[in-house]
Design a protein around this ligand. Structure first.
Ligand code: ADP
Ligand code: ADP
Ligand code: ZN
Length: 216
């Protein structure tokens, strides 16, 4: 199953994608995670991407699409994938369709996680991420058993630099201007379903499953 997960920053894409990937036996491909891994490793791509990410702007389409083209060509994507965080512009959506067509594939579902903008600031500012395995927590909504420590791997939790209030505001503006039009784009293609993301994490997961025809 080839799936795109969409929604504003903080909607819960990463949280849902983790569990969905485990249930569907397909890779969870987070463009944000790939960029952050490159920043950490000090690669050329990481240095370039960080100039945009640190301000909450989008990494240019050419850079992002070259990266994702390579990732989708990897063998683990043969049976499907969950794309989390891409496309974020109409240009990326068109380019993605071309890449998939070249590989003889298409998108089966685009899942839009809908959360009111005013709730996102609280979600993003309380977010903590594992330095080691990227597992995501929330200080209030989804805390780890032991404060500051990842339940999965014992790694140290940190706050992303772009989850500061200043950068969050820009990211939400960027979402509204550049990414929100994708909802209509995929609606017109007949592959989109929207779910209410302003509910408990497990309830959101059940609703996503129902849309995908999965009873999990
Ligand atoms: P995204 O990948 O869309 O930016 P995340 O999955 O990282 O979103 O979630 C953003 C923050 O909100 C995290 O701290 C996460 O633990 C929390 N969160 C995710 N889903 C929910 C939910 N349904 N209710 C409350 N908090 C949530
Ligand atoms: P969030 O989970 O809050 O939505 P991500 O981890 O998906 O954030 O992305 C973090 C940052 O990485 C974005 O603010 C943007 O700068 C960059 N980024 C991620 N995906 C893309 C993309 N498809 N196109 C351009 N930039 C991207
Ligand atoms: Zn961890």
């Amino acid at each position: 199953m080839n799936i795109v997960l969409m929604g504003p920053p903080g909607a819960g894409k990463g949280t849902q994608a983790e569990v969905m990937a485990r249930n569907l036996f397909v890779p969870h491909i987070s463009t944000g995670d790939i960029f952050r891994a490159n920043i950490k490793a000090g690669t050329e791509l990481g240095r370039l991407a960080n100039q945009y990410i640190s301000k909450g702007d989008l990494v240019p389409d050419e850079v992002t699409m070259a990266m994702i083209k390579d990732r989708l060509a990897e063998e683990d994507c043969a049976k499907g994938f969950i794309l989390d965080g891409l496309p974020r512009t109409i240009g990326q959506a068109d380019a993605l369709a071309e890449i998939l067509a070249e590989q003889g594939k298409k998108l089966d579902f685009v899942v839009n996680i809908d959360v009111p903008i005013e709730k996102l600031i609280e979600r993003l500012s309380g977010r903590r991420v594992c330095r080691n395995c990227s597992q995501t927590y929330h200080m209030v909504n989804n805390p780890p058993v032991e404060a500051g420590v990842c339940d999965e791997c014992g790694g140290e939790l940190y706050q992303r630099a772009d989850d500061s209030e200043e950068t969050i505001k820009n990211r939400l503006d960027v979402y509204l201007a550049q990414s929100a039009p994708l909802i209509e784009y995929y609606q017109d293609k007949g592959v989109l379903f929207s779910i209410n993301g302003d509910q408990a994490i497990n309830k959101v997961l059940t609703d996503v499953g129902r849309g995908l025809g999965q009873n999990w």
